[in-house]
Design a protein. Structure first.
Length: 163
């Protein structure tokens, strides 16, 4: 059975598809594809069915990541099949924990930057949507920095070691 991770931001067109693409690449590099499933969603459904923001696509492609994404809204019923729900900021964290049907499900929700020891107390990935390309590049840097720690945590679960 695969370990299932879902990244969640607001509209599922900027931060969460970026995190999904980066983490999927890390999973493949680690030889864990097939054992770890990665996807993403948004807390809202405003962009359902849309592709990722063109600036997200540009930054990802420029850095060698695969793209190809359709936005969707996170559904509370998904908690039953997910092992880890990764929020991109504290607003998403709170919204997802409110949606969680059980305390066990709420405990599955973590902030992405909590996996980056260098992040300090600022664990939010800022929303780049209303800014320029530099905000998307900064977002990618934060996602990449946290992905190493996240991969280590997921690998421990997949390989059955204690956290």
């Amino acid at each position: 059975m695969s370990y299932r991770v879902c990244f969640v931001c607001t509209g599922n067109i900027c931060r969460s598809p970026m995190a999904e693409s980066v983490f999927r690449a890390r999973v493949a590099e680690a030889g864990l594809d097939g054992r770890v499933e990665v996807d993403s969603a948004g807390t809202g459904g405003w962009h359902e069915g849309d592709g990722a923001d063109p600036r997200t696509v540009s930054v990802l492609e420029e850095s060698g990541y695969e793209t190809g994404h359709r936005a969707r809204r996170f559904e509370p019923s998904w908690f039953a099949r997910l092992d880890l729900v990764v929020a991109l900021d504290s607003g998403h964290l709170k919204a997802l924990r409110r949606l969680a049907p059980t305390q066990e499900d709420a405990a599955k929700v973590r902030l992405l930057r909590s996996y980056d020891p260098a992040a300090g107390d600022d664990l939010d990935v800022p929303d780049p949507y209303y800014g320029g390309l530099d905000g998307f590049e900064e977002c990618l840097e934060m996602v990449e920095a946290a992905s190493e720690g996240l991969l280590a945590a997921v690998r421990e679960h997949v390989e059955g070691r204690a956290a």
